[in-house]
Design a protein around this ligand. Structure first.
Ligand code: FEO
Ligand code: CA
Ligand code: CA
Length: 659
């Protein structure tokens, strides 16, 4: 979810940024003018390079032309680089096809209604592909390379792009009319996730609409809270006195696929769905404040009491968890695994450690929040799927402290240890898990520049942390080395002895992002990186079967970087380390999520999220973008169709390995 989106739809919100204002009270302006001067075609703020808080940390790098760089021998990648830029379409490297596989509104079941944007309904949306695809995972069926389940998160909804007739432009800004109950219920059905069988026919992927395992999960799907906090009084609500039965999942950003083939949906920016005011002196006040709850971005609480904290104050404690779905049973009850803590979960990528325990890396996406990992108590049994199904209910949650000397310590969040005592409000482990952030504050974890996806590399014992940006940082530290960090960076964690369960390790900064040719930015891509190859705002990542790192981004735009978001190949080894190349880029206004490369490396599934959300700064549109006046109508380019978020399958022409 990006900042731009916030400005459009969070029109009455106190929040100015989608991912929260930076709510960590224990943690301690602007690059924007420099960048605007460089990239804005409107020329606003031109010449305002005299920004004081920026210090030049590196010399401006003379960027190579694409032709020169392709001659560089050391890279693990080999493809003709895409030219960076902004336009209405998506673009993939020459020699590859980027085929739209599933769009918002597409049928998920054979008997689903056709998409009719002018006559949307909750019932139709519940049978159709949801909005704003984020995480994408592929789970092969029967070990086949050409048949499997695609699992896709639907993170949030952009009302101004989805619904006709609800926008007015006031002082050049989008204003969206107050939602009615029908619109709220469509939005709730457009959230959640999709599980759908896909099959490769003649080299092209297609959905199998009569797949027996196809399923839509929404903000109303019955779920179960499990693990140490399940049933706790703080999870009991007016509607559910058991504290175990909850309806739906929301703001599912990234996620994961476990080694045993379940689908993980991470609940991220949950604060915007809650409205109302907590009763005076309520016990959850500090807890909710730490998460920015309620934020009243959406109108759900006006029609569903559970989203109004004045009416059902504990409901918000039942969101912000990691959700696990057994995709092999379309009637299974998804489980909210409380052992993995409650915060703004970006994702949960996992790896089997040497001793068979499974390690999940977890980012808390907010300015000045933390990096976590969870180590299961039990071991993964590759021979017995059923034996793994509750591994996520028992284990240890750790939070990272990145020391100045280049060490990382993983600090266990265990009730009764250190400051996590009843005196500090942590009477049980349930309290630690419900208020994970506050527990991590007391352990003096390192406040980071918005931790997003964290991708382990099973071949090397390392993990890559995407830190997307933090323009509110005023004090640098070793692991977050730039104040006013507009473009983010990537940290490489080197676990002790390559053991993912290790409680300490070392770390290095793989790359500081942004335009290396602007000294003030202080970017550190390798000198082999081309004018097209650098990027800002890393968000999601994938490691392919050969251990190569791919990074997708959220936040690049004409004004910020002179380019859209996309998918970049980033060398991590040898002389080419830090070399980045652009493989695929999205249409104007979109971010790129979910990069998922199949085990055989012949298909890259990517999620184009919120296309058309923006374009004021792009000469091809130059004004606000909304249903009636869109900056792009990707992917259909049909005047009768709005712009649609979609999952794209990238394959090599004639077949073969990618990159
Ligand atoms: Fe939903 Fe952290 O991006
Ligand atoms: Ca993001
Ligand atoms: Ca994300």
């Amino acid at each position: 979810m990006r900042d731009q989106q916030t400005r459009n739809i969070f029109r009455t919100s106190k929040l100015e940024e989608a991912d929260g204002p930076g709510l960590n009270p224990t943690a301690s302006r602007t690059m924007g003018e420099i960048i605007a001067a460089r990239f804005s075609r409107r020329g606003f703020l031109k010449g305002s390079m005299a920004v004081t808080a920026i210090s030049a940390t590196v010399s401006p790098m003379a960027l190579l032309s694409a032709t020169d760089a392709q001659a560089a021998p050391a890279s693990a990648f080999n493809f003709p680089e895409v030219t960076a830029g902004v336009d209405a379409d998506h673009h993939v490297a020459e020699g590859y096809d980027a085929d739209v596989l599933l769009r918002w509104g597409d049928k998920v079941f054979a008997d689903a209604p056709d998409f009719d944007p002018l006559n949307q309904s909750e019932a139709a949306q519940e049978r159709q592909f949801g909005y704003n695809n984020d995480f994408v995972g592929f789970i092969p069926l029967d070990g086949a390379d050409d048949r499997g389940l695609l699992v896709v998160n639907h993170e949030y909804t952009n009302e101004h792009l989805m619904f006709p007739g609800i926008v007015t432009i006031k002082d050049g800004e989008i204003e969206v009319s107050e939602a009615d109950e029908a619109r709220v219920n469509i939005e709730m059905a457009a959230h959640g996730g999709t599980i759908i069988e896909i099959r490769k026919v003649d080299g092209k992927w297609q959905p199998v609409l009569d797949g027996a395992l196809n399923r839509r999960i929404t903000a109303k799907t019955p779920m179960e809270l499990t693990g140490p906090a399940a049933g706790h009084a703080r999870l009991q609500t007016v509607a559910d006195p058991t504290g175990r039965a909850v309806l739906g999942t929301i703001n599912n950003c990234a996620g994961g696929v476990t080694p045993w083939g379940t689908y993980i949906m991470a609940e991220e920016n949950i604060h915007g769905y809650f409205t109302g005011t907590l009763p005076e002196g309520h016990a959850e006040a500090a807890n909710y404040e730490r998460l920015g709850i309620p934020d009243s971005t959406y109108a759900w609480g006006r029609f569903h009491d559970r989203f109004d904290v004045s009416k059902d104050p504990n409901e918000a404690n039942r969101f912000g968890w990691i959700v696990e779905v057994d995709v092999m049973d379309p009637n299974s009850t998804p489980k909210k695994r409380t052992a993995l803590g409650r915060f703004k979960h970006e994702g949960a990528e996992s790896v089997v450690a040497k001793d068979g325990r499974v390690v999940f890396y977890l980012g808390d996406d907010e300015r000045f929040d933390y990096v976590y990992k969870f180590v299961t108590a039990g071991k993964y049994n590759p021979e017995d799927r059923a034996a793994n199904m509750d591994l996520l209910d028992e284990g240890t949650l750790y939070v990272a402290r990145f020391d100045e000397g280049g060490r990382v310590e993983w600090l266990p969040l265990v009730q009764g240890e250190g400051p996590l005592t009843a005196a500090n409000g942590f009477a049980t482990q349930a309290d630690v898990l419900i208020e994970t952030r506050r527990a991590a504050d007391l352990l003096e974890a390192t406040p980071m520049d918005r931790p997003e996806d964290i991708q382990p590399n099973p071949l090397t014992g390392r993990a890559y942390v995407m830190l997307t940006n933090n323009t509110k940082r005023e004090e640098a530290n070793a692991a977050n080395p730039r104040v006013d960090n507009a473009f983010g960076h990537i940290i490489e964690i080197i676990e002790q002895d390559g053991d993912f369960t290790a409680t300490s390790g070392t770390w290095e900064i793989l790359v500081k992002c942004g335009d290396p040719s602007i000294a003030e930015v202080g970017a550190t891509f390798s000198t082999e990186t081309t004018v097209d190859g650098w990027f800002g705002m890393p968000d999601n990542a994938a490691v392919d079967a050969e251990g190569r790192l791919w990074v997708s981004t959220d936040g690049n735009s004409m004004a910020d970087t002179g380019r859209t978001d996309g998918l970049w190949a980033l060398d991590t080894e040898g002389a080419a380390r830090g070399t980045s190349r652009l493989f695929y880029r999205v249409p104007v206004g979109a971010e790129l999520c979910g990069p998922c490369i199949t085990e055989d490396m012949t298909t890259f599934f990517v999620a184009v999220q919120h296309p058309g959300d923006g374009g004021e700064d792009w000469e091809g549109h130059g004004r606000p973008s909304y249903y009636e006046d869109l900056s792009t109508r990707w992917p259909d380019f049909d005047d009768a169709m709005p712009v649609r978020p979609a999952v794209v399958a990238i394959t090599r022409q004639g077949g073969g390995r990618i990159g």
